[in-house]
Design a protein around this ligand. Structure first.
Ligand code: NDP
Length: 503
């Protein structure tokens, strides 16, 4: 039986006669302009790269499903969470944050943990990290912060002075810095880390009652981290180790999974809560908001093509479904704008039509039209405005989030828990870390902070000291700093400390 031949074609479907020899005048050239196949190939190659993500550029992803394991209908009316046993298709992407697309997977960095749920009510994106907190809590600081984690404007090298100058002048970062410089800052693989929403979200039920929630995806593969020395080695010897690990685990049927635990507070509980629940530099202590298990995330299918499915995947915390809403967390509010905006820059205004991003079970019916790469029917002859009387899609009032109260005066307000910033970092150091964790933490800090100027080292050491005196002293000893000077700086206000340690 003859198999049909698999002919090579141009981008427009015509058979290509020869893909080895350009069309030339004579055997030695020159090349003829009329070789449209050559021109098409070169021109397409010239445009193969799209802008890489400004953060989270290096990543790996996989498909799978989310299964509900507990009844949460009293908290949310989200349909994908409406029944025990219900499964929803997902796509997840893990990433490092600061490095470029070719950077090493073993970098010390938070890891992105983004999950897209293809629900029957539209796509729901949860865009978290492997840490429950973040460095800053006001979006006005975000671009400055990221600049310090990337390359110096003159040398184009990573720069410990920028890195620590900003962090030591932004002490709200101490909690995240402590997690980042513990061995959790270098997870062994993407499979061996937890994922956290970090932000507080709102869930609301059919009765319009609402709850404040935080998501914790706990790895079923157990937490496993690299030491600094192991990470340094892997960065050179195998920069893609976590990308390959995820792919190979799924290929061999060893599907990674995470148990979703929720922390849930009623509005009444939230009012009297010890911590500002909209401050992303804080966690909710488990004893005060015990996590409840509600589901399982399983990744069981590799992408067929990295560019199509992972590079073009685009997540946005604003992609919500009825029953889930954002909270007043200022960082979250800004991310709702910034993620969508950056995807439009990176992928174009119709990025929602790219298959990995397109809603699978709730087709888009909007009045948005045209733009680059409008590759569907573009609404055909249907009306492109609302209201219309031609039977176009209409708003559904039942999808509305219940009204919520806001209060106060408009202005540039700081968070009003200024003295809290060091407590949770100190608790982590004192109560959670074992002696070996502490030693690794201090070693990791000393190896990195040691590259910064002495005045910046002392300023940052004072911040560690404020979290816990033992923590500060060990950093001081590791760096050979003057403990009296660091204690003096620790006793100053933030503004005085900044003034006293200027260049
Ligand atoms: P708990 O003792 O109930 O929880 C401690 C948590 O710390 C556990 O979830 C554990 O995660 C996690 N943990 C262990 N080692 C590290 C590390 N090196 N870096 C970061 N997290 C680690 O205490 P609390 O809830 O009162 O929290 C105490 C401190 O634990 C917090 O200040 C915070 O720094 C940290 N933490 C708290 C979380 C929360 O949501 N409450 C979440 C994660 C960290 P695991 O279960 O994987 O071992």
């Amino acid at each position: 039986m003859s198999k049909e031949k698999n002919f090579l074609t141009t981008a427009f479907g015509a058979h290509v006669s020869d893909d080895q020899n350009s069309m030339t005048a004579g055997t030695r050239g020159p090349v003829l302009m009329q070789d449209a196949h050559l021109l098409e190939k070169l021109a397409h190659f010239d445009r193969e790269r799209i802008p890489e993500r400004v953060v989270h550029a290096k990543g790996a992803g996989a498909h799978g499903y989310f299964e509900v394991t507990a009844d949460v209908t009293k908290y949310t009316k989200a349909r994908f969470l409406s029944e025990v046993g219900k499964k929803t298709e997902v796509f997840a992407r893990f990433s490092t944050v600061g490095g470029e697309k070719g950077s090493a997977d073993a970098e010390r960095d938070p890891r992105g943990f983004a999950v897209k749920f293809y629900t029957e009510e539209g796509n729901y994106d949860l865009v978290g990290n492997n840490t429950p907190v973040f460095f800053i809590r006001d979006p006005l600081k975000f671009s400055d912060f990221i600049h310090t984690q990337k390359r110096h404007p003159a040398t184009n090298c990573k720069d410990p002075n920028m890195f620590w100058d900003f962090l030591s002048l932004t002490p709200e970062s101490i909690h995240q810095v402590t997690i980042l410089f513990s061995d959790r800052g270098t997870p062994a693989t993407y499979r061996n880390m937890n994922g956290y929403s970090s932000h507080t979200y709102k869930w609301y039920n059919h009765k319009g009652e609402y709850f404040w929630v935080q998501y914790h995806f706990k790895t079923d593969q157990k937490i496993k981290n690299l030491t600094r020395q192991e990470a340094e080695h892997l960065k050179g010897s195998d920069p893609d180790h976590a990308t390959r690990d995820l792919y190979e685990a799924i290929e061999r049927g060893d599907y990674p999974s995470w148990t979703l635990e929720m922390q849930i507070l009623t509005p009444e509980q939230a009012k009297d809560f010890r911590w500002d629940i909209f401050d992303i530099t804080k966690v909710w202590p488990h004893s005060e908001a015990p996590p409840i298990k509600i589901g399982k995330l399983v990744l069981n299918c590799n992408p067929l093509n990295y560019f199509a499915e992972v590079e073009q995947a685009a997540f946005c915390p604003g992609n919500l479904v009825p029953g889930i809403a954002i909270s007043p967390d200022k960082m979250l509010q800004a991310r709702v704008f910034s993620y969508h905006d950056t995807h439009i820059h990176r992928l174009g205004p119709n990025y929602h039509l790219i298959p990995v991003n397109a809603p699978r079970f709730a087709p888009e019916k909007s009045y948005q039209r045209d733009g680059f790469m409008r590759v569907d029917g573009n609404g055909a002859a249907g009306p492109n405005y609302w209201p219309n009387s031609f039977g176009g899609p209409e708003p559904d009032p039942s999808a509305a989030e219940p009204d919520f109260e806001v209060e106060g005066f408009a202005g540039r307000h700081a968070f009003n828990h200024p003295n809290d910033d060091f407590v949770q970092a100190g608790n982590l150091y004192r109560n959670v870390m074992k002696e070996q964790d502490k030693q690794n933490l201090i070693g990791n800090i000393v190896a990195h902070l040691g590259g910064a100027q002495k005045r910046i080292q002392s300023r940052q050491a004072a911040v560690f000291f404020k979290a816990d005196p033992d923590y500060g002293r060990r950093v001081v000893n590791g760096l050979g700093l003057d403990i009296k000077e660091v204690e003096r700086l620790a006793n100053m206000s933030q503004a005085e400390r900044a003034e006293a340690t200027k260049a």
